[in-house]
Write a protein that binds this ligand. Structure first.
Ligand SMILES: [Zn+2]
Length: 289
């Protein structure tokens, strides 16, 4: 199955609440996923809106995820408590909405070695895992790959945390991986390597962030529209379709939903290439399996 959506309320959506955003995602864009952004500090969502998000997403088959506030440091000694607060706050609302994943940025090495940082992050995510369990939070924690050398979160590091902490899944931010490896995602092999590395985690589903990215020396500067970046979509789509991976592709491009629709067109092109037909629906892969 392939799901496609955007990170946040679509730019072209007049209403600026998440409720407006999810309706627009369905009705105007015909997409089937959305990642709600709690990124500007501690966002508050009323119970009523959370309940609406849950009901609407169920009735219309839209998969929901939530992005916790950006500044989180599960490796910083003084910042862990506040980071826990932000994560739990986001997770509780995510759970009310019936969201699958709450996406978290892991943290920074600071003065510590990579090994020590790894230890702290594993210890703290394990703690979070048990708090989630006690609080009956069904939404999974998703740890995102990060695009800067000084930030914890290479693909290998995220995989190591996930293999140590059962309840955590990786969030595959392709723009970040591409920046961090200084442009390794230009051909099919690069994308295949990612799924190959993830294999030991035996994931049934992959949450993937997609954007163009400007980078230098293994560090991301900022996001670009997909077409302005140098990471092509076609080989990614080929790898997904050829392996029938169950994925959710979330556009994090500055063009948000426009690029989500562009992703959809690329997927449909990939399907048409395989069926020889002149139309395709990204939700229907029955003819190519
Ligand atoms: Zn993120």
């Amino acid at each position: 199955m392939i799901r496609i959506g955007q990170a946040g309320i679509p730019l072209s959506c007049k209403g600026r609440t998440n409720k407006d955003g999810i309706i627009y995602t369905k009705q105007a864009l015909d997409l089937n996923a959305m990642e709600v952004q709690f990124i500007r500090g501690l966002y508050v969502m009323a119970d009523e809106e959370a309940q609406f998000m849950k009901d609407y997403s169920r009735e219309n088959d839209i998969e929901l995820h939530v992005h916790a506030p950006y500044y989180i440091n599960l490796a910083g000694d003084d910042e862990v408590d506040l980071s826990f607060e932000k994560i739990l706050f986001s997770a509780k609302i995510a759970n009310k909405m019936g969201a699958e994943t709450v996406v978290i940025h892991p943290g920074y090495y600071g003065e510590s070695s990579e090994k020590k940082t790894m230890k702290k992050i594993i210890k703290n995510t394990k703690k979070l895992q048990s708090i989630f369990k006690k609080g009956k939070i069904k939404t999974k924690m998703g740890l995102e790959t990060m695009g800067k050398q000084k930030v914890f979160g290479s693909l290998d590091e995220i995989i190591e945390v996930c293999s140590n902490v059962k309840a955590i899944v990786p969030v595959i931010d392709l723009g970040h991986i591409h920046a961090r490896c200084n442009g390794c995602l230009k051909e099919r092999q690069g994308f295949e390597n990612i799924f190959e590395k993830l294999k030991p985690l035996k994931l049934k589903h992959y949450l993937i962030h997609v954007t163009g990215v400007l980078y230098e020396n293994g560090n991301e500067y900022y996001h670009l529209p997909i077409k302005k970046g140098d990471m092509p979509l076609a080989p990614l789509v080929d790898v997904i379709l050829d392996n029938n991976y169950n994925v959710t592709l979330i556009s994090e491009s500055p063009l948000l939903e426009h690029d989500a629709v562009y992703i959809r067109l690329q997927v449909e092109k990939g399907i048409m290439k395989r069926t020889g037909k002149e139309e395709a629906d990204y939700r229907d892969l029955s003819e190519i399996l």
